[in-house]
Design a protein around this ligand. Structure first.
Ligand SMILES: Cc1cc2nc3c(=O)[nH]c(=O)nc-3n(C[C@H](O)[C@H](O)[C@H](O)COP(=O)(O)OP(=O)(O)OC[C@H]3O[C@@H](n4cnc5c(N)ncnc54)[C@H](O)[C@@H]3O)c2cc1C
Length: 461
């Protein structure tokens, strides 16, 4: 283990990886291989004190720092050239108190591990689908998934967060934010986005009892797009909040439309509930079955496996169904996609009794409570030569849809969005800057789209 000590300075603790170490290359990489940054070192923390030491070490030396959990940032925000990555992925304890129905989850856990550990006690947390997304970043930005309409966003179930924040001129300290203490920081940690205020090391979540759920999948041919997409958009927010669903339209060269969903209920009820979808177009493959909840998480995880290594993604919220013109734009872009890996994906969030919509837009930092659906426009590729075409396609697509959708989800960040404070935070941005000024007045936690200390948004690396 390398020792990094200035004569009078703080010593780094934890597992330290520097350039030249055999594991440096693996340790520096982001999930999105579009980014290849070269940090000065990576410290894999094992306890909160390692994080405190790392923040102090960086501040004493004026070295830029980044927090990292699951490495799934779309825009490579958890890495930095020449700086220090403070990685919490080796802090992955999960402790469930079934009497109080709460779980303490260290922020280094990937979602699959959280689901598995909670499942052992037959409880669940509403969270995302990809197995290796970090609960660390996901929670701070919101956290959407197949339990959202019934149990809300991941951040809605966050009761407490332990966070290492900057302190004084060169220091760092650990604080615990809850409803009683540092409630403004808890508010900001529920949708304000990762990397802005400090480094979270542990979350306390409310959890829910769970046993079996029912899942469905329906596949159509692309020619049904004009029938199926509007039918899903009308149906998904109007159906019981126990059912959260998705629809994904692939590039024309793949030629499929797939809708999937999860019901807290039985297969017979689910078959009945999906009738409006089955009546749209000519469904091909239809699957409905009841499974243990943990099997359902694996089923939904499959969609996020074996993807192309580089990607550009942007997001948006739908407050009402797309008009015919909007569906035509989707059709045109997917008919002229850069390759077979481009898609449009939507998930239902709001509507009939949804737990997401029941919360006021200002009650947490996540503002888009009344949205019915969330959109993701994505392009994926392998070779650098394809990059520009793919990025331009996503950008043109985003602009074309702009009149029909609103904002963007901070967990789907997009560096092309100029007015990102409005897009990610809407009415909550001014309050977020006040929380930033209080907890990080020296702007220690900064990146290209971090919440500024002042009101002005400056261009930063
Ligand atoms: C394949 C894939 C599938 C996805 N599926 C979903 C989904 O189903 N639902 C959903 O809501 N989102 C989903 N996302 C988006 C995901 O929520 C974000 O990418 C999220 O920020 C990832 O968190 P992370 O810890 O994995 O990433 P990281 O890259 O480690 O971190 C993301 C951001 O949070 C900061 N951060 C990380 N850890 C901490 C910490 N401990 N304290 C403070 N700041 C921290 C980082 O500095 C960075 O700015 C998906 C992303 C991918 C790539």
């Amino acid at each position: 283990m390398a020792q990094h000590r200035k004569k009078t300075g703080t010593q780094l603790t934890g597992r330290i990886v520097v350039p030249g170490n055999p594991s440096y290359n693996a340790a520096r990489m982001e999930f999105n291989r579009r980014f290849s940054k070269f940090p000065r070192l990576i410290v894999f923390c094992r306890r909160t004190q390692d994080v405190v030491n790392a923040v102090k070490w960086a501040r004493e030396r004026g070295v830029r720092l980044r927090a990292r959990s699951g490495r799934h940032s779309y825009e490579g925000f958890s890495s930095v050239n020449g700086g220090i990555i403070i990685d919490v992925s080796e802090m992955n304890k999960v402790k469930v108190d079934r009497k109080k129905m709460v779980a303490q989850v260290q922020t280094g856990n990937p979602l699959a591990r959280v689901y598995r550990k909670l499942w052992n006690k037959r409880v669940a947390l509403p969270a995302g689908t990809a197995p290796d997304v970090g609960v660390g970043g996901l929670t701070l930005g919101g956290g959407i998934g197949l339990l959202s309409r019934k149990y809300g966003l991941t951040c809605d179930n966050l009761k407490q967060v332990k966070m290492v924040v900057a302190s004084g001129r060169c220091g760092a300290k650990t604080i615990v934010a809850s409803k009683k203490k540092h409630s403004d920081l808890l508010w900001a940690s529920r949708g304000g986005g990762g990397g802005n205020f400090g480094i979270a090391t542990s979350y306390t979540f409310r959890v829910r009892p769970i046993s079996t759920v029912s899942i469905y999948s329906i596949t159509w041919k692309w020619r049904d797009l004009e029938k199926v997409f509007p039918a899903w958009q009308r149906w998904a927010p109007s159906v019981t909040n126990r059912l959260t669903s998705t629809i994904e339209v692939a590039a024309k060269q793949v030629g499929t439309i797939v809708s999937t969903g999860q019901l807290l209920g039985g297969a017979e009820e689910l078959r009945r509930l999906i009738q409006p979808l089955l009546q749209a177009g000519t469904p091909g493959k239809v699957m409905v079955r009841t499974v243990p909840f943990i099997e359902a998480t694996k089923f939904f995880a499959e969609g996020d496996l074996n993807l192309e290594p580089k990607f550009k993604i942007t997001g948006a919220f739908g407050f009402k169904p797309l008009p015919r013109e909007g569906v035509r734009i989707i059709r045109d872009f997917l008919a002229n996609a850069p390759n077979r890996h481009s898609t449009v994906w939507c998930q239902s969030l709001g509507g009939a009794g949804s737990a997401v919509s029941r919360v006021s837009p200002t009650a947490t930092a996540y503002p888009y409570r009344k949205a019915e659906t969330i959109y993701e426009l994505s392009a994926r590729w392998r070779n650098d030569g394809e990059q520009q075409r793919n990025i331009q396609w996503v950008e043109r697509f985003r602009r074309a849809l702009r009149t029909f959708v609103v904002g963007d989800y901070v967990n789907f960040p997009d560096l092309k969005i100029k007015n990102w404070p409005k897009a990610y935070y809407d009415v909550n941005f001014p309050r977020l800057t006040r929380v930033k000024r209080k907890y990080d007045p020296h702007n220690v936690f900064r990146f290209a789209q971090s919440i500024p200390v002042g009101k002005k948004v400056r261009k930063r690396q």
